[in-house]
Design a protein around this ligand. Structure first.
Ligand code: HEM
Length: 511
């Protein structure tokens, strides 16, 4: 008996400790947002959140209103769904709401990369220098050269004129834009021997195509990898792919290329100066490849598809493209030089800009997450204040909160190419909710300190791709009546969405 009591007490203590760890005792305190732990201990709403983030958050918003705390895999997330109240979260000091902790855990799991100090600063510095302002002029030219190599290497060769090719529109767009973006950032094969430049260009085409195939394998595994729910077979494959990319993108290999972007070389240099071991820098390169190439290709697919399904939009964009070419004295003609699209030209396309913004509104859906470093009070736009606990997380999902809100964007499910244009043709930035002007009316790039540093380059890539498609190719859907495929709900939260299935199209060179 003397022995049984301590054993029973120990069992009771560990059961209570376990239940505590599982979050069973958490109660809503005064001034805290509504708390919903779900029915499964610890997991809470993890499964519903993962299966369809958008549907889950819409359901919770209906149930609880504009702010609520839900349990997801052991963490308590407070979601704010009123876009008028986004400001304080996006602008809150990092000492209170920090993004790096959450990001560091995720990148360690998915890329095997363990970040060092000043990581984010180094990324910001290289991005400001090379993906914005004057740096963007160089990057736009590099992207153009590589798009031409991939899309137009047959122009004038006489062997492909008039011949129709059939492909999946998603596959085609993703493949071309991934490869051109990769080559523009990570460099080209240097010309060697007597075959010289043409052989090097062919090498770029073949090598980037192989890399794309491997990247897509990883891309498909990505959501399950991020949620740590891969099968053992999936885990092995993800591990193989990670190693392959660490090796393919390693510093040693990359430095053998030419035309490597300043964005990539500066990252090498900053990290080396910061004492990061080379093998870890190789892993970082995979992260850069993912961040830079995982979204733009799918975004090009949606843009082209929306234009193809909307003849009025297609005509408006085509006329604008023709006008810009004419203004710069360029004409596409058989045997003539390839057109060049500079950064300056891409600044003169308000209609295409609006179409890009609109297709991103419909298909870019990141979840923005911040870790709560100290207890804080969150003031909502309606004046109410809520207490948020240290150790929790705060989340925003602008897709349902604002991008698809019919009050902000009437008929939100429709693609309206001129939604972001004023009557006088200038860029529209005035959108309202509850009669108040919104600062955050669409957020494909996130916001605040973590806003996508590649956004200007990405928009240029999208526009260059559309420009070249419209000027050099005839293209059409194989079945013009086929509906736009639905969004794959497994990828909510990771950036640009992908379709549940591809849609066949055919294309041929005009010249
Ligand atoms: C349509 C294309 C793209 C979309 C929709 C997109 C969207 C995003 C979003 C939503 C984030 C995270 C924001 C957050 O957590 O608050 C992000 C981060 C990032 N993006 Fe993009 N992106 C695109 C293209 C690009 C390109 C072309 C590059 C580089 C050339 C790039 C580089 C990055 C990097 C490095 C980060 C991490 C930033 C950090 O850790 O602070 N992205 N992007």
């Amino acid at each position: 008996m003397a022995l049984i009591l301590p054993i029973l007490l120990a069992v009771l203590a560990s059961v209570l400790g376990g239940l505590y760890m599982l979050g069973m005792f958490r109660k809503r305190r005064p001034n805290e947002p509504p708390l919903d732990k779900g029915t499964i201990p610890w997991l809470g709403y993890a499964l519903e959140f993962r299966n369809n983030t958008a549907a889950f958050l819409q359901r919770m918003q209906k149930k609880h209103g504009d702010i609520f705390t839900v349990q997801i895999a052991g963490y308590y997330f407070t979601f704010v769904t009123d876009p008028l109240s986004f400001g304080p979260i996006v602008r809150e000091a990092r000492t209170k709401l920090d993004f790096e902790q959450f990001a560091a855990e995720l990148v360690a799991r998915v890329f095997g990369y363990h970040s060092g100090t000043n990581d984010h600063k180094m990324l910001e510095k290289a991005s400001t220098k090379h993906l914005m302002g004057d740096g963007l002029v160089v990057m736009t030219q590099a992207m153009m050269d590589n798009l031409q190599n991939l899309m137009l290497h047959n122009v004038g060769a006489g062997n492909s004129e008039g011949k129709w090719h059939q492909d999946g529109l998603f596959r085609y767009s993703y493949n071309i834009v991934f490869r051109a973006g990769y080559l523009a950032l990570f460099g080209n094969e240097p010309p060697k021997g007597k075959e010289g430049l043409e052989a090097a260009k062919k090498h770029d085409r073949d090598h980037s195509d192989e890399l794309y195939d491997e990247f897509r394998k990883y891309d498909k595994l990505f959501p399950r990898l991020a949620y740590a729910v891969l099968t053992p077979k999936g885990k092995m494959e993800a591990e193989r792919l990670k190693r392959l990319f660490w090796n393919m993108l390693s510093i040693k290999r990359t430095l053998q290329k030419e035309n490597i972007s300043g964005w990539v070389t500066d990252q090498f240099q900053y990290r080396a100066e910061n004492g990061m071991p080379e093998h870890m820098q190789d892993r970082f390169m995979f992260l850069l490849l993912w961040a830079s190439q995982g979204n733009t290709g799918p975004a090009c697919f949606w843009l082209l598809l929306y234009l193809m399904k909307d003849p009025e939009a297609m005509q408006a964009v085509s006329e604008e493209v023709q006008r810009v070419l004419k203004e710069t004295g360029q004409e596409v003609k058989p045997g003539g030089p390839l057109i060049n699209l500079t950064r300056d030209m891409l600044l003169k396309t308000p209609i295409l800009d609006s179409a890009v913004e609109e297709s991103l509104r419909l298909t870019a859906a990141p979840v923005l997450v911040r870790a709560v470093k100290e207890n804080l009070n969150l003031k909502m736009a309606n004046g109410k204040e809520y207490a948020i606990r240290k150790g929790d997380r705060v989340g925003l999902f602008p897709y349902t909160a604002v991008q698809m809100d019919p009050e902000v964007h009437p008929e939100p499910e429709k693609f309206k190419y001129n939604r972001f244009l004023n009557e006088d043709g200038s860029k529209k930035t005035e959108f309202y909710k509850n009669g108040k002007r919104l600062k955050y009316f669409t957020m494909p790039w996130g916001a605040g300190t973590t806003i996508c540093p590649g956004r200007f380059f990405a928009v240029n890539e999208l526009k260059q791709f559309v420009f070249l498609m419209l000027t050099y190719f005839e293209f059409e859907l194989v079945n013009p009546n086929e509906e736009i495929p639905p969004i794959d709900p497994n990828r909510w939260g990771f950036g640009t969405m992908q379709p549940t299935k591809d849609i066949q199209f055919r294309y041929r060179l005009r010249y």
